[in-house]
Design a protein around this ligand. Structure first.
Ligand code: NOJ
Length: 754
């Protein structure tokens, strides 16, 4: 049913559309990066005045946003306001843990709050739209962008997807203090061959629908206003021009109502792929596939050091219509979607941002508090031999803090951060000092210089291009031999060594794939030397992907995975180390032993000789070092009495599983209770385990609680290659509940027609 308001919006869209020239229509579909590159700004402002720009990305200065908006509103023929988009990935001014870390919290409510906070800060400067959440399932830790998503599992991915969409957007499109969410990259980008960014993707329909699509379905169901296509193509059809995936699956099957944007330059890229003949062909085929907006750099692509300004491929759309290559009706459809959104956002009534409110929003202490809680809840305790953690502040007199990442702000923040509020970042060293109190000496030695990429990141200059000052990281101008010795001596003379190692911010994210999972640089050598002193070692791991920890885990009593924990990261990790907060995060990815095992997926399929599955390599176990869903807490947790309300059900019925969870220890614990199922036989072989429910709980000492999980028919539905369709099988299911994908508490039920 259409409400009066919706009717009014649609009428406004039609009356605007009637007055638009072909060029103005194509303009609404053209989005440009606005960067501080000489020549580009003047070119883009002229394009804007002529009505040939509908949206900008990468403008974060509110004064600039207002001045560009003023051109759109006051100096263009129709006065249609601009839409401003940005990569609000894990915070805007306040930085939260990277998305893979947020997924490790297994706390969708918290993730919703985090993205609502990010939205509030971004909206305060005039940004209307986040290029987030990234919903790509990622099963290859070599892929740098694994850090940007929720990991390997479609169910966890879907829960985190809907939470983020709700957080960004609020109640409805246009809610005050909120922005549009743009789930990306539709679809299958995470399956790039060899984990190499932008590489080719070959997905079966079954993998596509059972694994890669569910997070997008959840994001769409939660009301996402936008979807971004991916750089890659499945089966040789690039994402930006895949009519089946955009129009039939996304809009037709999933019911997506918003607008679809390309990834940066990926319409022009249709030519690069060897798919489109030229840019006009590319524009026509992308638009005909259902893509609404082209994201374009505004610069000559691949033109070397001094690229001149250049229009996008969509600038050729008017000529294509005039030449009869494209039906104007098709163009109108896309323009309608953009205009409707601008109306829904209230941009015609209030195009400008209120500069006075910004500092109040940025200064809200609740934002920092949310960042600290998020970092605490995303950390995963991977190892805690002899309960070395938490450290007892009342007894310890000295802690050596060692390692190049212990006091590095950018590494604490992670990728997709462009120097917003960098000064306010709390490193692990800062956090330990803040929490130590007067009687505990905290001393620091870097030991080795900051590790760096052998091949520099193509985005190295991005912060400057945004007009931000370059991040003020320490320059490590020390004598390397002396510094290494100093670190080892410091460890020897201290009661505990907290060694902070891992990856820098530019070692993961876009264009940051790796061919090994080693700790970069001389970090393992440093760890060996520190461990050889005999001082107990606690490893704090910073980064955004699983690394090879086989040796590191032998050298350390405890490993706390902090990810890139964000602005309050150091305070959060210090609170966990001292036991002021309790770790309870769980891995959203299986953690391989070595790079050669990749991909390691808990939800694998059985095949010949399943009992040898863990011995498929002869050098080492083919099991992961740490399974999916794994993470320790301080204290213990016990599971018992897994019961089902019925063990024989009809195809469309729901089973409810109940389980008792007990904390027998004298400490408060955090646990993520997880439910997995397995279909024993049917019209396709199904994964040995699939996550179908979870709940994060806190249990007081001695507390026992009963939890219930529903297993509805939708949780048993899957896409079968036999039927080339979704099916529900008559079969038997195994059920496990526990604290990881290795849970062994078991029950079973049978499903029959009728
Ligand atoms: C390219 C990336 O693939 C995408 O995730 C991002 O949103 C755009 N660039 C804009 O920065």
């Amino acid at each position: 049913m259409t409400t009066d308001l919706e009717k009014n919006h649609l009428e406004r869209v039609e009356s605007l559309l009637d007055s638009m020239s072909l060029e103005e229509k194509a303009g609404q579909l053209s989005q440009y990066f606005y960067l501080q590159v000489p020549g580009q700004d003047k070119f883009l402002e002229a394009e804007l005045r002529a009505g040939r720009v509908g949206s900008f990305l990468f403008v974060t200065d509110p004064t600039k946003i207002n001045s560009l908006q003023r051109i759109a509103v006051e100096e263009t023929r129709l006065g249609i306001p601009l839409l401003f988009g940005f990569d609000v990935i894990h915070g805007f001014r306040t930085i939260f843990p990277v998305p893979l870390g947020m997924a490790a919290s297994w706390d969708p409510k918290l993730y919703e709050q985090v993205q609502a906070t990010a939205a509030r800060e971004a909206r305060a400067v005039g940004i209307h739209w986040a290029f987030a959440p990234m919903l790509d399932i990622a099963r290859d830790p070599r892929w740098g962008r694994i850090v940007e998503g929720a990991g390997e599992d479609p169910y966890l991915g879907a829960r985190m997807a809907e939470a983020q969409v709700r957080g960004f957007q609020g109640e409805t499109l246009g809610s005050a203090g909120h922005i549009i969410a743009g789930p990306k990259h539709y679809v299958g980008y995470g399956a790039a061959l060899g984990g190499r960014d932008y590489d080719e993707v070959n997905l079966s329909e079954s993998e596509l629908r059972n694994v890669y699509l569910p997070p997008f379905a959840a994001g769409v169901a939660a009301g996402a206003g936008n979807i971004m296509t991916s750089y890659v193509g499945i089966g040789g059809v690039p994402g930006a021009a895949d009519r089946r995936l955009i129009t039939e699956v996304l809009r037709g099957e999933l019911g997506f109502k918003g607008f679809v944007v390309s990834d940066a330059a990926s319409v022009v890229d249709l030519v690069t792929h060897g798919f489109a003949r030229d840019e006009r062909d590319a524009a026509v085929r992308a638009l005909s596939a259902g893509l609404d907006m082209e994201m374009w750099l505004g610069l000559q692509f691949g033109a070397g050091a001094n690229p001149g300004p250049k229009q996008g491929a969509f600038a050729t759309l008017p000529a294509a219509v005039e030449a009869g290559e494209l039906d104007e009706k098709q163009l109108n459809e896309a323009v309608r979607r953009i205009l409707l959104l601008k109306i829904q956002l209230g941009l015609f009534e209030q195009p400008y941002v209120d500069l006075d409110g910004i500092q109040t929003t940025f200064g809200d202490p609740a934002h920092r508090e949310t960042a600290r809680v998020a970092a605490e809840r995303s950390a995963v305790l991977l190892r805690n031999e002899g309960n070395k953690l938490p450290l007892d502040r009342t007894k310890l007199r000295s802690i050596a803090v060692i390692g190049p990442l212990a006091d590095n702000k950018m590494a604490t923040l992670g990728p997709w951060v462009f120097a917003q509020g960098l000064g306010a970042t709390v490193t692990v060293l800062d956090g330990l000092k803040n929490a130590a109190g007067d009687n505990l000496k905290i001393e620091f030695a870097s030991g080795i210089p900051l590790p760096s990429r052998a091949i520099p990141s193509p985005f190295a200059g991005m912060a400057e291009a945004l007009g931000s000052t370059a991040p003020g990281v320490s320059t490590d101008d020390f004598d390397e031999v002396e510094e290494f010795k100093r670190a080892v001596e410091l460890a020897r003379s201290s009661e505990v060594a907290v060694v902070v190692l891992g990856e820098t911010d530019d070692m993961n994210g876009e264009s940051a794939s790796r061919s090994t999972l080693d700790l970069p640089g001389r970090q393992l050598e440093l760890l060996e030397a520190v461990a050889a002193t005999g001082t107990p070692v606690v490893l704090v791991l910073i980064g955004g992907r699983p690394l090879d920890l086989r040796r590191a885990s032998q050298l350390t009593s405890a490993i706390l995975l902090g990810w890139h924990p964000g602005s309050e990261g150091g305070n959060a990790l210090a609170r966990l180390l001292f036991g002021d907060a309790v770790p309870g995060g769980k891995l959203p990815v299986s953690w391989p032993r070595s790079v050669g095992q990749v991909p390691v997926i808990y939800s694998r399929l059985n095949s010949h000789q399943p009992h040898t599955a863990s011995k498929r390599y002869w050098e080492e176990e083919s099991t992961p070092l740490y399974p999916f869903g794994f993470g320790l807490t301080y204290g213990q947790v016990e599971y018992s009495n897994l019961t089902l309300n019925s063990t024989n059900i009809g195809l469309n019925e729901t089973v409810t599983a109940s389980v008792e969870v007990h904390n027998p220890s004298g400490k408060q614990i955090e646990e993520v209770v997880q439910l997995y199922i397995h279909q024993r036989y049917g019209r396709a072989a199904r994964p040995v385990r699939e996550l179908k429910g979870f709940e994060r709980i806190t249990l007081a000492p001695g507390e026992k609680r009963t939890l219930s999980f529903e297993i509805p028919s939708s949780a048993r539905r899957y896409w079968s290659a036999t039927e080339q369709n979704y099916v529900l099988d008559e079969t038997t299911f195994d059920v496990w509940v526990g604290g990881s994908s290795a849970a062994d508490l078991h029950a079973e039920f049978t499903v029959k027609e009728g």
